[in-house]
Design a protein around this ligand. Sequence first.
Ligand SMILES: Cc1cc2nc3c(=O)[nH]c(=O)nc-3n(C[C@H](O)[C@H](O)[C@H](O)COP(=O)(O)O)c2cc1C
Length: 234
Amino acid sequence: MTTTAWEPIHGKPYRSVGYRPPRLPAQETLATAAALRARMEQRRTVRQFSPDPVPTQAVRDAIAVAATAPSGAHQQPWTFVHVTDPQVRRRIREAAEEEERDAYAGRLGEEWLEALRPLGTDEVKTHLTDAPHLVVVFQQRYYLAPDGTTRKHYYVNESVGIAVGMLLTALHLSGLAALVHTPSPMRFLSELLHRPVNEKAFAVIPIGYPSPDCQVPDLTRKSLDQVMVEIGDA
Ligand SMILES: Cc1cc2nc3c(=O)[nH]c(=O)nc-3n(C[C@H](O)[C@H](O)[C@H](O)COP(=O)(O)O)c2cc1C
């Protein structure tokens, strides 16, 4: 698939190309899956970052991985704004903390605050300035052509969520730590980052290395048998 000269395929006729990825021997599939599972079980959300630089190309590559995600009608309804400028990160932090002060002071409501309590989060968002990279993910709620015409996008939330999952996986497997931060509300991000009207912020993802004194909440994940239902005897 070409990565240049992209245009929407809406209304174009069906065309196909052969797809013959190499089939791995079963042993290799099993070993790869088990190794991947073990690596992914080590992933944790990090909220305390070291300001140490990380290889920028690794972040770009992870965004490129995210952009291979499947999407409703192949509309790829995402924009990844990669921010390293310290001034812009500081402005994002100031605006996020302003929103979060209200949120934690009561706007979230007691049930939401109770859900957050085990995570130890509060309105101070040092990660937004300590992490050397931020990727702000925007969802394109509809397609906006250069001439101003619009087209509906389908399954935007699902598509962007899958892309973010792939981004987090790529970052983790590259040895980088990340956080999905969803300040509420997120309108300030569109203004600060000058995004067009069809785009809505989905999450801010600080990326870097954990600080030497990084702590994470002591959480337990559901076991496989608690999240998986199997039907059939394969
Ligand atoms: C959609 C989504 C929104 C999240 N929003 C926030 C957030 O605003 N602030 C935060 O500190 N963590 C946020 N998180 C991170 C979760 O709290 C974290 O993934 C969860 O506690 C499990 O921890 P783990 O990622 O270390 O397994 C968010 C995660 C997701 C998937």
